[in-house]
Write a protein that binds this ligand. Structure first.
Ligand SMILES: Nc1nc2c(ncn2[C@@H]2O[C@H](COP(=O)(O)OP(=O)(O)OP(=O)(O)O)[C@@H](O)[C@H]2O)c(=O)[nH]1
Ligand SMILES: [Zn+2]
Length: 346
């Protein structure tokens, strides 16, 4: 029987424990996925770290997931995720690609130099708020600017309850400043656009020159392929850092609750508009426009709110359409198979 306490250091919590049946409790072995390759996954469990081949019986898995296997290492099932990040898959079709699971805290990195951008920060907040992970805003390159306090205030005005801090990601003090979220077994991810300091902060937290490789090469017999590198690394503090380059510019989709929570002030104002379906543009009696006139709300924030809502609605509906199409195609295939079988029998 598994000693579940040994799994706490790799992120096992009562949330996962309570999903086990009595039989699984005594017979199954929980494993956490720490990296993903074309034909196999690396997993960590009570017995250490090893590799498992991917099989068709497995669900769509992602780094950070918890799975159960039997004593012969045969896949049983995926445990329900505590949190999950997805992104729009590259290409024309609208499909979502899982990028990480069971993250406790997302550090949203934003540089304090000329790249500082509140609208981009709001996009990341909407994304994190729809994932169940906690958002912490990390304003980087504090050593390069003189207006750090001003930016800190601007972020606090977005949401007074947000955890926000400023850092020089090269400085060893990062470890201590971020320690509340990096204790043993806590899983974190770094979000932020290119150049904000994700790799630098990873190196500082790792206290090594651990370099992101950008890809791993695997030989599947048909030649060599580069696949995206995603891995869960254990930090000296005992925290678990999900190193995933897929978390840069992210499109929103299915993020209604996250947008509502990132823009709670606007949604609250919206309840006071004269019309229920007010678009907060030129309608009479619009409380949101009223707040802009009085200076309580910025036009920039409203414009971004409307833009993110449009983007989210577009991506969500395209996905729903695609699902419906796939469903009706599936039905058609089933019908053809049935008809064929009937012809044969008849
Ligand atoms: N002065 C200063 N430079 C920083 C800081 N954080 C990052 N840099 C520098 O900014 C550049 C980009 O940092 P990276 O850590 O590579 O940024 P990244 O987010 O990993 O970028 P991508 O890999 O493109 O996503 C590097 O030259 C870093 O040395 C900081 O806090 N202060
Ligand atoms: Zn309105």
């Amino acid at each position: 029987m598994t000693n579940f306490q040994n799994l706490a250091k790799i992120g096992w919590t009562p949330y996962f424990q309570q999903q086990l049946t009595l039989q699984e409790w005594s017979d199954a072995h929980p494993l956490r996925i720490i990296s993903q390759h074309r034909s196999c996954i690396s997993v960590q469990g009570e017995a250490g770290t090893y590799s498992l081949p991917l099989t068709p019986a497995m669900d769509a898995l992602v780094v950070g997931d918890w799975i159960l296997v039997d004593s012969e290492q045969r896949y049983i099932r995926l445990l329900e995720r505590y949190s999950c990040f997805k992104r729009k898959a590259p290409g024309t079709h609208v499909a979502w690609q899982l990028i990480s699971a069971n993250v406790d805290t997302a550090f949203i990195l934003c540089a304090l130099n000329e790249d500082f951008n509140l609208s981009r920060l709001e996009r990341y907040l909407a994304l994190v708020h729809s994932s169940s992970a906690q958002a912490v805003v990390v304003l980087t390159k504090s050593d390069q600017v003189t207006h750090a306090e001003q930016a800190l205030d601007a972020v606090r005005r977005l949401d007074a309850a947000l955890d926000v801090l400023t850092l020089n990601t090269h400085a060893p003090e990062c470890v201590e400043r971020l320690s509340p979220w990096l204790s043993e077994g806590q899983t974190v991810v770094l979000l932020g656009s290119s150049g904000v300091g994700k790799s630098t902060l990873t190196n500082t937290l790792m206290n090594t020159q651990h370099q992101r490789t950008g890809g791993i090469r695997e030989d599947d017999g048909k030649g060599r392929h580069t696949t995206t590198h995603r891995e869960l690394v254990t930090l000296p503090s005992g925290g678990l850092l999900l190193d995933t380059p897929g978390m840069r510019e992210l499109q929103l989709g299915g993020c209604e609750t996250g947008i509502s929570s990132a823009f709670a002030d606007i949604e609250l104002l919206g309840e006071q508009c004269r019309f229920n379906d007010c678009r907060h543009e030129q309608e009479p009696g619009c409380a949101v426009q009223g707040a802009i006139e009085s200076g309580a709300l910025s036009q920039r924030r409203l414009t971004n709110y409307l833009k993110l809502n449009r983007e989210n609605a577009f991506n969500t509906s395209s996905l729903a359409q695609r699902r419906a199409k796939e469903k009706s195609f599936g039905k058609m295939v089933k019908q053809v198979v049935k008809n064929k079988a009937r012809l044969k029998d008849g």
